[in-house]
Design a binder for this molecule. Structure first.
Ligand code: FES
Ligand code: FES
Length: 155
């Protein structure tokens, strides 16, 4: 008898049928089974936010969610946000404001920035508070906050 479980997740606007072990983490499903390597793993303590994705349009740390918890839900990863030659507004904002250095943390910050916009965040303090769950080891945060502030003002 198989100990695997069948689920369906809408990943980046496509329904994907999966047969998975109950212990599989969402981040491992995305990176190892589906080759969606833009979602990063930066810690093993659920602190860094590099693994942030949108689950039913809300930010979650995919290292802290089991894949089976996503059954019949929608997951959006950085791969759905824009293309190399057709950047989305949030990506343009980071590019124009130098909101990254090594870029390792950037997918997580982009997902959080998208949720910032939905929550009508506007002041610098509100942005900094909202970024509480994302760590960057390079930039000192100044240009990340500037990028998000710029993005929030874009139509
Ligand atoms: S890898 Fe998920 S919070 Fe760090
Ligand atoms: S840009 Fe390097 S960790 Fe944030």
């Amino acid at each position: 008898m198989s100990d695997k479980i069948s689920i369906v997740i809408n990943i980046n606007n496509k329904n994907v049928k999966l047969n998975i072990e109950p212990r599989l983490l969402l981040v491992d499903l995305l990176r190892n089974s589906l080759e969606l390597k833009g979602t990063h793993i930066g810690c093993d303590t659920s602190q860094c936010g590099s693994c942030m994705v949108l689950m039913n349009e809300k930010c979650v740390k995919s290292c802290s969610i089991l894949a089976i918890q996503c059954d019949k839900k929608s997951i959006k990863t950085i791969e759905s946000i824009g293309k190399e030659n057709n950047l989305s507004n949030v990506q343009k904002a980071f590019k124009e404001n130098h909101g990254l250095q090594c870029g390792f943390c950037t997918p997580g910050f982009i997902m959080t920035a998208i949720e910032c916009k939905k929550n009508n965040i506007s002041t610098e303090k509100e942005i900094r508070d909202f970024l509480d769950g994302n760590f960057c080891r390079c930039t000192g945060y100044q240009n990340i906050v500037k990028s998000i502030s710029y993005f929030l003002k874009m139509s």
